[in-house]
Design a protein around this ligand. Structure first.
Ligand SMILES: Nc1ncnc2c1ncn2[C@@H]1O[C@H](COP(=O)(O)O)[C@@H](O)[C@H]1OP(=O)(O)O
Ligand SMILES: [Mg+2]
Ligand SMILES: [Mg+2]
Ligand SMILES: [Mg+2]
Length: 294
């Protein structure tokens, strides 16, 4: 999944450079799909299913009936990952027990509007309904740093092993910074953010991107008290956050489930933090909790 996510990230950049985004409205102007979503999904689902035919793979986008573009496939394996030792409790897992949740492009709305660093490719691995491993590729990491900078990065982690390609940084202690949606806001989102009494609110795109803000200490909490995020939005980021000691739940404090037959929407919303998780749960207004049921 690490090498596959990297390949998908190059596809995301190639489509943007081609200038032909091929935007389709799936469910209105805030639920878009582009050629990059379609091609990156093809890359990930085809590459993984050919190598691991017994694994269940669930992707955000509907498969198209187009002929598979073989140049989109990745069969290489990451040396860095092969060197790692799988945690004891995952060594006996069978292919049939694995569910992979694929978001080929998280932050599509922002991608079409040029907020390129909000975009991530997410591949999450679940076993027994739990997010146990994740890969995040951020294709436009560093794109504002100038032509000399290396564009893009890949981060991965396994619960019980740790995370690589990203480092946990501590946010400022003298203020509270909360991050939330920029393109899917509503009254519930606004009310819940206000209840957290933030000194600063970062309204940015992408679930993967916002969990990275929490991991890297740019925000204390990611608060999204409404449905809208799906399992493919949270599986990979949750696994990496958990591998680094953070916490992602719904807004009631329930763990998210990732079984193959689970309903896709995270109807109970999302809360991700490094510390003081219970404090955020406790400040969540009762009216919001009543409206955002798991
Ligand atoms: N109402 C919604 N409809 C469709 N997708 C949503 C909705 N709300 C959230 N998402 C998905 O969750 C991600 C995080 O939400 P937000 O950026 O609003 O905080 C979005 O980038 C989008 O993923 P995607 O871009 O992969 O379709
Ligand atoms: Mg989408
Ligand atoms: Mg998404
Ligand atoms: Mg997506």
């Amino acid at each position: 999944s690490v090498s596959v996510a990297e390949k998908a990230g190059t596809i995301v950049r190639d489509v943007f450079n081609s200038g032909e985004l091929g935007v389709v409205e799936k469910g209105g102007k805030n639920d878009l799909q582009t050629q990059a979503d379609r091609s990156a999904q093809e890359c990930i689902v085809q590459s993984l299913s050919r190598q691991f035919p017994k694994v269940t793979i669930i992707g955000e986008e509907e498969p198209t009936d187009e002929v598979v573009d073989e140049s989109h496939l990745e069969t290489g394996l990451s040396e860095e990952v092969l060197k790692a030792v799988c945690p004891q409790d995952l060594q006996a897992v069978k292919d049939e027990d694995v569910v992979v949740w694929v978001d080929p492009l998280d932050g599509t709305k922002e991608y079409t509007e040029g907020f390129l660093d909000h975009v991530t490719v997410l591949i999450g691995v679940a076993v027994n309904g739990k997010a146990v491993a994740g890969v995040i590729n951020q294709p436009y990491y560093n794109y504002k740093a100038g032509p000399g900078a290396t564009l893009g990065r890949t981060m991965w982690g396994i619960v019980g092993l740790g995370a690589f390609g990203v480092e946990r940084l501590v946010p400022p202690a003298d203020k509270r910074i909360v991050t939330t949606t920029r393109s899917h806001s509503n009254k519930l989102v606004t009310e819940s953010i206000e209840a957290m009494q933030p000194d600063e609110v970062l309204r940015v795109g992408g679930a993967g991107h916002k969990v990275l803000l929490v991991i890297e200490g740019k925000a204390h909490a990611y608060v999204f008290a409404t449905p809208g995020c799906k399992k493919w939005d949270t599986c990979a980021p949750e696994a990496i956050l958990h591998a680094l000691g953070g916490k992602l739940t719904d807004i009631h404090g329930n763990a998210l489930q990732y079984h193959r037959d689970v309903k896709h929407p995270n109807t109970g919303g999302v809360l991700a933090t490094y510390s003081d998780h219970d404090w955020y749960l406790g400040r969540m207004p009762e009216s919001v909790k009543a409206a955002v049921k798991p």
